[in-house]
Ligand binder design. Structure first.
Ligand code: HEM
Length: 298
């Protein structure tokens, strides 16, 4: 993760400016998940393009999203087929996730190639735009809260990671990437918070509102990177709790710490009011995040 992060920063560091969404937050999760799945490096830029088309939410050329999904699914199916053919009898240490999925069995039954492709696709899809927005929203929150950002930079300079860890959780609570959980349906009548929900009724939980609940969080609208009592719902809750949370934490922590350490005077190159956020109800994230900084000395 550190290598991927440094590589991406190397690509724009000399220029003194960047769009942190396009140049950093967007490619990092896609390369990370591709490495984890075992997509060869030379094919990863195709993934980057397909994923880019997918998160434009149909804003690109007509039919582009469907075509990109199809290409990604097709590529994964073929990769799984190739890997299955060449799979060694004994797993090697550090074996990639696709090979793990091919090996996985439940009561002696293996996943079909189609099931393994669907699983790889969902991992990519669930772990991509979410993490882009953790890095994007998180960096934006730090740049607009100079006191908190300096606090974190001081801790990082002193080699203390504790504030980075609580800080990324706080950024998830304060302005998390996922605003709504997926649909739930009541299996029996229930009353929650004074609201009657009949059996079969759909329930949409607004995670972002729960994470600013004054009955749950002290000063919920204040960004406090050192917040301790912070059981936020940024990754959901219960049986569908985010499978990728440890990976996302690692990505978020590595990305933010490396940015603030390598580009210590990072600053916004636009007024906050000029920044545009992606539409849609489920995800919250910036379209662009223009920044400036002093290029690091070599
Ligand atoms: C900051 C980044 C991320 C955030 C904020 C996030 C958020 C969430 C949330 C809120 C849910 C629960 C949805 C619900 O209950 O309706 C969820 C589920 C899930 N996430 Fe994440 N996620 C992130 C990164 C990832 C990554 C990196 C992966 C995979 C590599 C991933 C894979 C999944 C999967 C597979 C589920 C479904 C789990 C299930 O239904 O049992 N997520 N995520």
């Amino acid at each position: 993760m550190q290598e991927l992060t440094d590589d991406l920063i190397d690509r724009f560091a000399d220029g003194g400016s960047a769009d942190l969404i396009h140049d950093f937050a967007f490619p990092l999760p896609i390369y990370a998940i591709c490495d984890l799945l075992g997509v060869p490096r030379e094919d990863q830029d195709d993934f980057r393009d397909w994923a880019g088309m997918m998160i434009r939410h149909g804003g690109g050329p007509r039919g582009g999203v469907a075509r990109s999904v199809k290409k990604m699914r097709g590529y994964l199916a073929e990769l799984i087929h190739r890997k299955r053919e060449a799979l060694p009898a004994v797993p090697a240490p550090g074996e990639d996730l696709i090979s793990g999925l091919i090996r996985a069995s439940d009561h002696g039954e293996h996943l079909t190639e189609n099931e393994a492709a669907a699983m790889a696709f969902i991992l990519l899809f669930a772990g991509f735009e979410t993490t882009v927005n953790l890095i994007g929203n998180g960096t934006y929150a730090l740049l607009t809260h100079p006191g908190q950002r300096e606090r974190l930079q001081r801790a990082l300079a002193a080699g203390e990671r504790g504030l980075l860890e609580t800080g990324v959780e706080e950024l998830l609570r304060y302005d998390g990437p996922v605003e709504l959980a997926t649909w739930r349906y009541a299996t029996e009548p229930v009353t929650i918070g004074g609201q009657r929900v009949a059996a079969g009724d759909p329930v949409l939980v607004v995670l972002a509102a729960a994470d600013r609940d004054p009955e749950r969080f002290a000063d919920p609208d204040v960004l406090d990177l050192g917040r301790r009592d912070n059981q936020h719902l940024g990754y959901g809750h219960g049986i569908h709790y985010c499978l990728g949370a440890p990976l996302a934490r690692l990505e978020g922590q590595t990305a933010l710490a490396t940015l603030l350490t390598r580009l210590p005077d990072l600053r916004l190159a636009a007024e906050p009011a000029e920044l545009r956020w992606r539409g849609g109800l489920i995800m919250r994230g910036l379209r662009t995040l223009p920044v400036e900084f002093t290029p690091p000395r070599k």
